[in-house]
Design a protein around this ligand. Sequence first.
Ligand code: HEC
Length: 163
Amino acid sequence: MPRRLGPLLLIAAAALAAACDRDSAAADEILDQIERDDFRNSYERAPRWDRRLRTEASPHGYWIDIYVNETMSDAIAAGVPIDAWPQDSLVVAEGWTTEDDEGREFLLVMAKSDPATNAWSWYEWRGEDDLIYAAPEVSQCVRCHEAGEDLVRSFELPPIIDP
Ligand code: HEC
């Protein structure tokens, strides 16, 4: 390999890796879906996360609202033991600088939208809709979320005691 090609290839590989982490068509679809659903008013709050809370554990910022879609709230209400969240599960986390801020800092979504794998896809936007990540496997997210049951950190799989 000519000596100058090495760094160029590295740059190309890095650009490709970044592009792989950002499927903007999938991200638009997810953002449309949660906005159409009017998630703040129609989704349930995550168990024990009934309002905007601040956690020391989180790398995600100071104040967070967490919502689960109907697939997940139904599974929580049913209370039947499962070892993974079902297909079409979706969690939204909105991050804020203060407890009563109205302009969000970031938006995170985990969604099981691929029936072939039943795996989470990971999404992050800064502010309203500035896309950072959108991919089925984002190592930056997974390496830390691995500590949770089925990769969810703020609550466990059903049956959830005292949700
Ligand atoms: C260093 C650890 C860490 C990393 C990295 C991380 N998270 Fe989290 N995440 C957490 C913790 C801890 C919580 C629980 C809520 C809290 O404490 O703020 C959480 C909560 C969430 C939630 C709410 C559902 C849940 O699992 O509790 C979503 C959605 C989420 N993160 C998405 C992401 C995405 C997308 C990425 C990558 C872009 C990511 N996270 C990277 C630690 C992490």
